[in-house]
Design a binder for this molecule. Structure first.
Ligand code: PEP
Length: 251
């Protein structure tokens, strides 16, 4: 049985003060939940303030992005060593906003995923198709290509450290969710592919989150599906009440 994993992506919201206040509320709201892994991903500048709140609680912390080098002339970037020092357990990688707005490609995301693992940071690797790709029937090809590329070179014994987040781009921040059946179909394809990349046994341990307008009202039907192991939540993670309701629905 895979332990559900719910992560809240706060995107470019909540500076240190507001982020700490939201973390306090979430910690209180999910107190006692011990059957789900939970994390929030604040902006980089709020990581220290959030860590001061979540350290030694059941709320984990993730970065939203990470560079693959340890230090050096990489203006504006954060290294795995820095994320570790500030208290991050996870980092989101390859979010569609990073791919589309900041031009990240599959090779870069793969370098980041390998660097995260070699430094003990657990990567949440995002993949997902555009509306055009879905409508032209190329969802599986696109997602499979992204997953294969992102995980290239990762050893079988490290496979369980990876979380894959399937996030159809047309469902992110649009209020349009993939139906549980649509999501399950892609999750099952990803799990099969993970079996080919690693082994069936390793694939069985890898958590695959669904992301795209997840809310308290739709999470129960999504999490009931065999290959949906949790959620990567954007908008609904900015309110403690809705985020905690999603977490509890997964417990
Ligand atoms: C996301 O950006 O990862 C996301 C899923 O956003 P939202 O829940 O707002 O659609």
């Amino acid at each position: 049985m895979r332990r559900p994993f719910v992560a809240g992506n706060w995107k470019m919201n909540k500076g240190p003060k507001d982020a700490a206040a939201l973390a306090v509320e979430i910690v209180a709201a999910i107190k006692g939940v011990d059957t789900v892994d939970v994390a929030v991903a604040p902006v980089a500048i709020s990581l220290a303030a959030v860590n001061a709140i979540v350290a030694n609680t059941n709320l984990g912390m993730s970065a939203q992005n990470m560079f693959y080098e340890e230090n050096g002339a990489y203006t504006g970037e954060l290294s795995p060593l820095m994320l570790e020092e500030i208290g991050c357990t996870y980092t989101i990688l390859g979010h569609s906003e990073r791919r589309q707005i900041f031009g990240e490609d599959d090779e870069l995301i793969n370098r980041k995923a390998r660097a995260a693992i070699s430094h003990g940071i657990l990567p949440i690797v995002c993949c997902g198709e555009t509306l055009e790709e879905r409508e032209s029937g190329s969802t599986n090809d696109k997602v499979a290509f992204q997953v294969k590329a992102a995980l290239s070179g990762i050893r079988i014994e490290d496979a369980f450290k990876v979380t894959v987040a399937y996030e159809p781009i047309w469902a992110i921040g649009t209020g349009r969710t993939a139906s549980p059946e649509q999501a399950q179909e892609v999750h099952a394809m990803i799990r099969n592919l993970l079996g080919d990349i690693f082994t069936a046994e390793a694939a069985d341990k890898i958590r695959i989150q669904y992301g795209g307008s997840v809310k308290p009202a739709n999470i129960s039907d999504l999490i009931a599906k065999a290959d949906i192991d949790g959620a990567l939540v954007g908008g609904a993670s900015l309110k403690a009440e809705s985020f905690a309701a999603i977490v509890k629905a997964c417990s």
